[in-house]
Design a protein around this ligand. Sequence first.
Ligand code: HEM
Length: 442
Amino acid sequence: MTVKTENYPDSATAHGLSGPAEAFPIAPDDATRRRLQAWQAEYGDLFQVPAVNGGPAHWIVNDPALAQQVLVRQAAKYTKGMGLDRVKILLGNGIMVSEGDFWARQRRMLQTAFRPRSLADFNTMIFDENAALAARWQQAANDGRAVEAEADTSELSLGIVLKSIFGADYARLVEHGHNPFALLTEQPERNLRFAARFHRLKKVVDEIIDTRLAAGAPHEFDFLGHLLATRGRDDQPMSRTAIIDEVMTLIVAGHETTASALAFAWHLIATHPSVAARMQAETDGVDEATLRTTGGTDRQTLAYTDRVVAETLRLYPPGWLLSRRATVDHELGGRPIAAGTQVFICPYLLHRHPQYWQQPERFDPDRFERADEPRHRLAYLPYAAGPRHCIGEHMAATEMRVHLATMLRHFTPIWQGEGTPAIESAINLRPANGIYLQLAPR
Ligand code: HEM
């Protein structure tokens, strides 16, 4: 196979990289996930795939040391890649997709809002949202009805992210009985039709900002208040457009990821009764009032629950395909890589790599207790790594811990399906057909 690039006229020979001969449209979809898995078995941890529209072949990296080069050590030589193109349509220039000095400025300004100290203000809200869901699940259990965990965790995480952004203004958002942002849970496709409807929501955010500015700052901490108040090193505030883009980014990035992870967690817990029993014993030992105020952040108290979450994210990482583009000619793994090359790192495959994990297909939360797992730090990437790692990791961890600990105090889940759930690999990995649970009250 010959791949022509300006700087590396015969890059296949120069790289000595193997890979399929046919071009393939690598994208966040099921066909890509299946192909990458098959190609990894055939070509190993670094291979190339010819690009459909010409240009340098794509590099697929399934080696943790090389992933570390791309994401951490040589991160300055990469931008986000073509896998984020669909996301860009939604998120304008929010920090998920922005680059360079603009991204660095925005990230600095947002970062302070994500300090555990600031996020602690959300603990009671997160607990109360879960308590409300527990009441609905109790009703379903009383009626002998199954619940669909993905729909419920999706609604839950959307409510939490919206309340963390809009605080007291959330009530006004839903005062006419309909939450305009519900389309995020109601319409699973992330196509152009969705993008058009999603963009109309920017107007809703714009109006909330107008109302808030007219009323003065609220007393409670919330992300919108932070975005309005924060200043860059030049002492200048964020523009209105930037604030709206960041709000939309937080809604999208913070909602579906957490919801999918929780849905998969429910499947794993329900199909592993001994895990459920250990989690229940753990949460029974935690004082509810303390959980409400601390979010269980004292990791000793809900340490096993945290390991179950970590193991769920290993088997089903919502961000299953990371995408980067080399911006300069340089070397990766001792081979020349040309500017413009698209590089893909697949946490789904890294998390199941037999060289770094013992019995990788096995659900085993205690593996995170073992000193030799994973065998390379970057073999575990649910929140990515380096400067573009997930800003919401701590918040997501609290949300998931509090959700599982709260629900398991009241119910034992029984899965209503067989085998492993079908997976849909879109921008996020999610269960394809829902996760149906029968709930046995305790
Ligand atoms: C289980 C839950 C979550 C998972 C698995 C997750 C995963 C990720 C991953 C893998 C990335 C890197 C994407 C890339 O490099 O292309 C990322 C970035 C990001 N995440 Fe999360 N995330 C979660 C929850 C959240 C939450 C709750 C928020 C905010 C409320 C959030 C906000 C963001 C933002 C803003 C970025 C972009 C950061 C940047 O590029 O500077 N995430 N997340």
